[in-house]
Design a protein around this ligand. Structure first.
Ligand SMILES: [Zn+2]
Length: 105
């Protein structure tokens, strides 16, 4: 009887721990200083030299032909640079502060 109760309590703790883990994994990762790194690709046409940007996708590499050039329709658009850009985003504290300010308005 007692052992069943103990087993039940252990199960409850385990389930709570599991749900907390799942919640944590779903939370977005915030940089404490409010920077987010974005990997982008610079693409240019091999014929006319027009330049585009796009977000990096898995499997992208330099000199990969992406699609036919929409402006000159002769050359392929190839990835020429892969860059990591840092952009400033709002930190968790700044978001909290903004919410507080909105409440007090
Ligand atoms: Zn072109």
């Amino acid at each position: 009887m007692i052992s069943e109760i103990i087993l039940g309590i252990v199960w409850m703790i385990f389930l709570l721990y599991l749900t907390r883990l799942i919640k944590k994994s779903r939370e977005r990762v915030y940089d404490p200083f409010g920077f987010r790194q974005i990997v982008t690709c610079k693409m240019s046409c091999e014929n006319c030299g027009a330049i585009w940007n796009k977000l990096f996708k898995r499997g992208d590499f330099i000199f990969k032909p992406v699609y036919e050039c929409p402006t000159c329709k002769k050359g392929n658009v190839m990835i020429t640079e892969i860059l990591c850009l840092e952009t400033k985003i709002k930190t968790k504290d700044e978001l909290k502060y903004e919410k507080l300010v909105e409440k007090w308005k």
